[in-house]
Design a protein around this ligand. Structure first.
Ligand SMILES: *[C@@H]1O[C@H](CO)[C@@H](O)[C@H](O)[C@H]1NC(C)=O
Ligand SMILES: *[C@H]1O[C@@H](CO)[C@H](O)[C@@H](O)[C@@H]1NC(C)=O
Length: 670
C-alpha cells in the first residue's frame, strides 16, 4: 500500500515549487495556470496542481455572523453516532459484545515478547491490521481533545459514554505498550504480511501463519515523536476521564510524565532506526520532526496538571519550530504546529500574543481574502493532499472551531464567526455539499466500495477464503462488487482536486477510498461541535442501521439482548431520549450471561459457516469451541482441494527469514 503521509505530497510539491518558482508570486492564479510541468497540461491528475503556492480558486462562503441555531444543514448526531461505530468495527482484541454481526474477537491472544497484552487497540486503516503507535496515539489525543473541548456536545445526544469507551479502548492498548518507563511498543505487525492478506482480522493468524512482531523504542533506539505524542494522548485522556474515573486519570498522568521524560532524555526519531519494524512504520507514516510532538506532549501535560515545568518544555520546543511553511503545511498525525498555536493561545491568551497571531496567520491562509494561500476546489474544499484529503480538511475544521470559540471569548466575534462558518462549510462538503456524502452509510450517494478489507471479506462472508493470492487480490481490487457490509461512519479519503470521487477499491484509488482511524479523529470532534451548537439534534441509535444481522450467515443467537431501555443500541420503547451519562454504564451493557455465551456461540457459528463456505470439509469443527481447529480444517480442505500453495496469501518470499528471526527471539530452534 502506498504512503499515507506527506511524503507523496512533499515530493510532488518540490517539483511544483520548482516548476512554478517564476509564477509563485502574484494573486489569483487560474486553475489551468496552476498545473505543473509538461505532462500536466489539461490533466486532472491531482499531483498536477500546485496546492502550496497558489491562491485558492474555489469560492468559500464565510460569514462574519454566526448562523441561526435552528438552521442545521445535517443531522450531525447521526454522523457522531456512526463515527463511533466506525471505531467499534476497527477494534482489535476481545470485544465486549457483538454489536455488529460481521465482527467478533480477533488478535485476542496477541502478546509481545515480554508477555505484554497487545490484543486491544485499533487496526489502523482499511487495508491492514497493523498497529502503528504514532498515528494511533495521535488519533487518541484528538478523540480525547474532542471530549475535553466539547463534552456537552457528546452528552447532549447520549454519545459521551461511547466516546469515553472508544478512547479507553485505544489508550489501554498504549498503556500495555508501555512496558517500562523507557521502553514502548512502537509498532505491532508487519506491512509485508498484512498488505498481502485480504481476509478478515478474525482469521489473520490462520492464513498468514505469521505471529505479529512487536518493535520497541528504547534509549538506544528512541523516538521523541512517538514519546511526545503518546504523552499527549495519555494527558488529554486523563483530563477527559478526570470526572468519571480519577484513578485512571492519575495513572495516565504518571505514564504521560514517563513518556515525556523518555522523549526528552533520549532525543531521536524512528526515521533513523535500523529496526525492520520502525522502518516499516517510517515507510507508511513518515515523521518530519519531533519538536512539535515534544511541545505537544508537554503542553497537554501542563493543561492536565498545571505544573509550570511542562509549560517551559512546551515553549522551548515550540520556539524551535521556525519553518513556517513546512511546520504549518497542515495539521495531521505528523504535524502538530497549527494545533499548538491554537492550544497555546487557549491556555495562555493574555501572556503571549504570538500564539494568537500565529494561529490567526495560519487560518488566514485558508480563509477567503488577500492572505489566502491554500488551494480550494471549485466547490470550496481545502485541498491539501491527494492522499486522504478530507482528513486534512476535517483536522483543520476542528482546530478552526476551537480557535473560533477562543476568539469569541477574546472579543473578536466577527473573526470567530468566519472561522466557525468556514469550518462548517468544510464539514458540510463531506456530508453532501460537495455533491455526495463521503461518510459511509450516511446521506446521499455515500461510497459503496471503500478500500476496507473486512467489510468486504468478513469472517461471516469471505468468498475467496482459501483461494490463491491472485484470485483474492483480483476479487478485492478489480471487481466493483460493493462491500458486503457497510463500514458505517468511516470518512473516506475523499475527492480529487476536481471535486470528483472514484468509488473504487482498485489500487488506483486507495488515496481516495481508503478509511483510517486518523481520518475520523478530529472529524468526530468537529461533528461534536456542530451537535453542540445546533438545536434539533436528536440522539441516534443503532436501531435503524443494518449491522449485518439480516445476512444469511449471521447468527441471530449472537445478537446481544439489549435492555429494553437501551436507546443506544436498540429501538427502545417510548421516546428516544438521550440517556443520562450516569445511567449509561449499567443500562448499556448486555446481560452478563448473554455476553459469556456469545464467545462460545461465535466459535460455533464460525465453524459452521466456515464449513459451509469451503464446502463439506473435514469434520475438524466438531468441537465447536475450538475455532482454530475448525478453520484449520477448512484450510486443509482448501489446500487438499488443490486451491493453492501453502503460503498462498503471501506476496513476499523472504518471509522464512522473518519467521526464523521470530523463532530465535522466542528462544526456539530454527
Ligand atoms: C482532576 O480534578 C481535580 C479536582 O477538580 C483537579 O484538582 C485535577 O487537577 C484534575 N486533574 C486532571 C488531570 O484534569
Ligand atoms: C456465507 O455467505 C455467502 C453469500 O451469501 C458466501 O458465498 C459464503 O462464502 C459465506 N460463508 C462464509 C463461511 O463465509
Amino acid at each position: 500500500m502506498a504512503i499515507r503521509g506527506r511524503i507523496g505530497a512533499a515530493v510532488c510539491c518540490v517539483a511544483i515549487v520548482l516548476a512554478h518558482a517564476a509564477q509563485a508570486a502574484g494573486s489569483a492564479v487560474a486553475i489551468e495556470d496552476s498545473r505543473k510541468g509538461d505532462g500536466c497540461k489539461g490533466s486532472t491528475d491531482p499531483a498536477c496542481y500546485d496546492h502550496t503556492g497558489n491562491v485558492g480558486i474555489g469560492p468559500v462562503q464565510v460569514s462574519g455572523v454566526f448562523p441561526d441555531k435552528d438552521d442545521a444543514a445535517y443531522q450531525y448526531s447521526e454522523v457522531l453516532h456512526t463515527s463511533f461505530l466506525f471505531y467499534f468495527q476497527q477494534r482489535s482484541g476481545k470485544l465486549p459484545h457483538q454489536r455488529i454481526a460481521w465482527r467478533t474477537d480477533s488478535c485476542a491472544e496477541c502478546k509481545g515478547p515480554s508477555g505484554e497484552d497487545l490484543s486491544g487497540g485499533y487496526y489502523e486503516a482499511g487495508g491492514s491490521y497493523l498497529k502503528f503507535s504514532f498515528p494511533t496515539a495521535f488519533t487518541l489525543t484528538q478523540l480525547a481533545w474532542g471530549v475535553v473541548q466539547y463534552r456537552e456536545g457528546y452528552a447532549k445526544v447520549g454519545e459521551l459514554q461511547e466516546a469515553l469507551e472508544a478512547i479507553k479502548w485505544g489508550v489501554d492498548y498504549l498503556l500495555n505498550c508501555h512496558t517500562e518507563p523507557k521502553k514502548f511498543v512502537a509498532m505491532y505487525g508487519s506491512s509485508e504480511v498484512d498488505f498481502g492478506y485480504f481476509g478478515p482480522p478474525e482469521e489473520h493468524l490462520l492464513w498468514t501463519e505469521e505471529e505479529r512482531e512487536a518493535t520497541y523504542i528504547t534509549p538506544e533506539d528512541p523516538s521523541s515523536e512517538i514519546a511526545g505524542e503518546v504523552a499527549a494522548a495519555f494527558a488529554a485522556t486523563a483530563i477527559a476521564f478526570n470526572e468519571t474515573d480519577p484513578d485512571y486519570s492519575k495513572e495516565l498522568i504518571r505514564h504521560a510524565k514517563q513518556m515525556l521524560d523518555f522523549g526528552l532524555d533520549h532525543p531521536g526519531s524512528y526515521m533513523l532506526s535500523k529496526q525492520d519494524g520502525l522502518r516499516d512504520h517510517g515507510k507508511h507514516y513518515p515523521s518530519s520532526n519531533y519538536n512539535d510532538e515534544m511541545a505537544w506532549g508537554a503542553l497537554w501535560l501542563f493543561k492536565a496538571t498545571g505544573e509550570e515545568e511542562f509549560l517551559k518544555v512546551a515553549t522551548a520546543h515550540y520556539d524551535k519550530l521556525k519553518n513556517w511553511k513546512a511546520d504549518n503545511y497542515a495539521y495531521d498525525w505528523d504535524n502538530k504546529s497549527p494545533a499548538l498555536h491554537v492550544l497555546f493561545n487557549q491556555i495562555a491568551p493574555s501572556e503571549e500574543t504570538k500564539y494568537m497571531e500565529n494561529a490567526n496567520q495560519y487560518f488566514e491562509e485558508y480563509l477567503p481574502g488577500p492572505k489566502r494561500t491554500v488551494f480550494h476546489t471549485r466547490k470550496g474544499l481545502s485541498w491539501r493532499n491527494a492522499w486522504g484529503v478530507l482528513r486534512y480538511s476535517a483536522n483543520n475544521a476542528f482546530i478552526a472551531f476551537v480557535h473560533a470559540d477562543q476568539m469569541k471569548k477574546q472579543g473578536n466575534e466577527a473573526f470567530a464567526a468566519k472561522l466557525f462558518t468556514y469550518a462548517t462549510s468544510q464539514i458540510n462538503y463531506m456530508l453532501g455539499d460537495g455533491g455526495q456524502s463521503y461518510v459511509i452509510g450516511f446521506g446521499k450517494d455515500s461510497p459503496t466500495t471503500p478500500f476496507h478489507k473486512w467489510s468486504f471479506n468478513s469472517y461471516i462472508d469471505y468468498r475467496t477464503r482459501g483461494e490463491e493470492y491472485q484470485a483474492q487480490h483480483d476479487d478485492f481490487h478489480n471487481t466493483d462488487r460493493p462491500n458486503t457490509f457497510l463500514a458505517y461512519g468511516a470518512l473516506v479519503g475523499g475527492p480529487g482536486a476536481e471535486d470528483k470521487f472514484q468509488n473504487s477499491r482498485g489500487w488506483c484509488c486507495a488515496a481516495y477510498n481508503e478509511v483510517a482511524i486518523d481520518y475520523n479523529a478530529a472529524f468526530t470532534g468537529a461533528i461534536a461541535r456542530l451537535v453542540d451548537f445546533y438545536d434539533g439534534m436528536k440522539p441516534f441509535s443503532d436501531c435503524t442501521l443494518e449491522l449485518g444481522w439480516s445476512h444469511p450467515n449471521a447468527s441471530l443467537g449472537l445478537k446481544p439482548q439489549w435492555p429494553a431501555d437501551d436507546c443506544y443500541h436498540s429501538c427502545c420503547s417510548g421516546e428516544a431520549a438521550a440517556p443520562s451519562v450516569s445511567a449509561v454504564p449499567s443500562g448499556r451493557k448486555a446481560g452478563a450471561g448473554a455476553l459469556a455465551s456469545a464467545a462460545k456461540e461465535a466459535a460455533k457459528e464460525i465453524v459452521r459457516a466456515a464449513e459451509d463456505g469451503a464446502g463439506k470439509v473435514a469434520k475438524g469443527g466438531k468441537d465447536a469451541d475450538d475455532l482454530q481447529e475448525g478453520l484449520n480444517s477448512v484450510k486443509k480442505g482448501a489446500v487438499a482441494g488443490g486451491h493453492g500453495a501453502e503460503r498462498k496469501h503471501r506476496r513476499n518470499k523472504d518471509s522464512k527469514h522473518q519467521r526464523d528471526r521470530r523463532q530465535v527471539r522466542l528462544g526456539r530452534e530454527v
